[in-house]
Design a protein around this ligand. Structure first.
Ligand SMILES: [Zn+2]
Length: 494
């Protein structure tokens, strides 16, 4: 797959060297070509003529590391996401959606193939899809769609079906991705298109521009930053961090969400300007969320098997087809997104898909859905039902939290003690009453565990899932040094 190189031009655009009305350096929001700068979160429509286009485009926006419960449309205490909120009021918002693993590549592969990681094979960051799955882009290409992908993370994956793929590695990545997407939309506005944009601002390090630092205490006098070295030290230190430090870094994370939210607002404005907002299905989701010190002082996502990293937002908007303001409470997964998009488009869902078309839920009908299964590679298996999360860890595997790059100054003995997330052999949480999984109750609930283990046994048998299934060997053999380095820079343990 060819990766085109228009990024230098876009940096010029983003720096204002080609007039766009925007500054460079991260503190100025990218504006539109008109001088009207910031789009209004409430501007649902405009007076621009809408050319007759008798097809439905698709704009899929995934945001790296964006927790559902830190968006204001999901009830968060701060107004972090005014633009996404507006999209949610114009479409359907899914309340309980789960990633199959709290890592980018496995989760995005599930999003695009509607397969569990054990089937698509991307059990860890850096592993490649084989050519077997019918990706969403391949299916839509077969339906005459022009498919483009603009990716700020996981761009090295061999995504099939996209005739255009741009990997953005420079900063400010989300801003460059937005400018790239606007250009692509202008070029393809008269074609039937599927555009996938993956944003990354909420992924650490957290250093939002000043104008997005809206949610913290301005009198904070501590020294903690949202840099990855700082947070690694905080995770492994004996004394931990105090409440003010934690509130401060969470406010930085929220600021990064606010930044990406504005980018999404600008993309929506592009659709309106081009007269595409009425015939483009807009889907907003995330690959996974983030641990914010809720379990074992963890401040990243890769090692986690808990709600904060596994629950993701999901919103669909298509005027005239999807009822505005619909809330869908049913438990489902990223695995269900591709078949649901196809269902909305009336395109047949490939027989290979393991997820379900949930489109009837938006019309108030019922759909048979199972629980949400997930894994930590081939080491830990877990399931989320309406009532419980059950984590099964018979190998007593403790996922490492911090990689070697950030362990300077600690001895091996200290690492062994502190760097593995000490997940127990089995853990049970009654998430219907304990949504942040603070009270582990496996010891007192044998009956529930028996039923949940039966669910896991059924999953293992149906999908040939096994513990210690040679994923470590695959990672050693298949992940190239450059990809490994890029992933370590993002804080992943490889
Ligand atoms: Zn990610």
């Amino acid at each position: 797959m060819r990766i085109t190189s228009i990024v230098p031009l876009l940096i010029l655009l983003a720096c204002g060297l080609i007039p766009l009305g925007s500054g460079c350096g991260g503190e100025t929001a990218p504006s539109t070509e008109t001088a009207s700068a910031r789009p209004s979160p409430d501007s649902a429509s405009n007076d621009a003529p809408q050319p007759a286009r008798d097809w439905t485009n698709v704009l899929l926006i995934s945001v790296d590391t964006m927790r559902a419960d830190h968006l204001s449309c999901y009830g968060y205490k701060h107004k972090t996401s005014p633009y996404i909120d507006t999209i949610a009021t114009e479409g359907a918002i899914y309340e309980r959606v789960y990633a199959p693993k709290s890592s980018t590549w496995p989760a995005l592969a599930t999003l695009h193939t509607s397969l569990y990681p054990v089937t698509h094979g991307v059990r860890n960051n850096g592993l490649r899809l084989d050519n077997t799955p019918d990706t969403l882009a391949e299916v839509l290409s077969g339906e005459g769609y022009t498919c483009g992908a603009i990716l700020t993370n996981a761009a090295a994956q061999n995504w099939e079906g996209f005739s255009y793929k741009e990997g953005v590695r420079e900063e400010p990545a989300d801003k460059i991705a937005t400018v790239t997407a606007r250009t692509w939309l202008r070029e393809k506005q008269d074609e039937k298109f599927f555009l996938w944009v993956h944003y990354i601002a909420p992924h650490s390090p957290w250093a939002p521009p000043e104008k997005h630092r809206l949610f913290g205490d301005p009198t904070y006098s501590g020294t903690l930053t949202g840099g990855q070295d700082d947070m690694a030290a905080a995770m492994l230190s004996e004394q931990g961090i105090n409440d003010a430090d934690l509130a401060h870094i969470i406010s930085l994370y929220d600021g990064e969400i606010n930044l990406t939210d504005m980018m999404i607002g600008i993309l929506m404005e592009s659709l309106r300007e081009l007269g595409l907002d009425q015939n483009t299905l807009v889907v907003i989701t995330a690959d996974h969320g983030e641990e914010l010190y809720e379990h074992y002082r963890f401040l990243h996502h890769q090692a986690s098997v808990y709600e904060g990293t596994l629950r993701v937002p999901l919103i669909y908007r298509l005027p005239g087809k999807i009822p505005a303001g619909k809330s869908v409470p049913d438990l489902c997964g990223l695995i269900d997104v591709a078949p649901t998009i196809l269902g909305i488009l009336d395109v047949p869902v490939p027989a290979s898909y393991q997820g379900v078309n949930t489109e009837p839920l938006m019309r108030g009908e019922t759909v048979a859905l199972g629980p949400a299964f997930g894994e930590w590679r081939d080491k830990i298996l877990f399931v989320r039902t309406n009532e419980y999360r059950y984590i099964y860890n018979p190998l007593n595997y403790h996922p490492p939290m911090v990689n070697n790059q950030r362990l300077a100054g600690l001895t091996d003995a200290e690492l062994a003690k502190r760097n593995g997330m000490p997940i127990k052999e089995q853990e049970l949480y009654k998430v219907s009453e304990d949504p942040y999984e603070q009270k582990e109750i496996a010891a007192d609930n044998e009956e529930a565990i028996t039923a949940l283990r039966a669910l896991l046994d059924g999953y293992m048998s149906q999908y040939s899932w096994k513990f210690n299934d040679a994923t470590d060997n695959r990672m050693k053999q298949e992940i190239d040094p450059q990809t490994r380095q890029e992933l370590e820079n993002l804080g992943y343990v490889m």
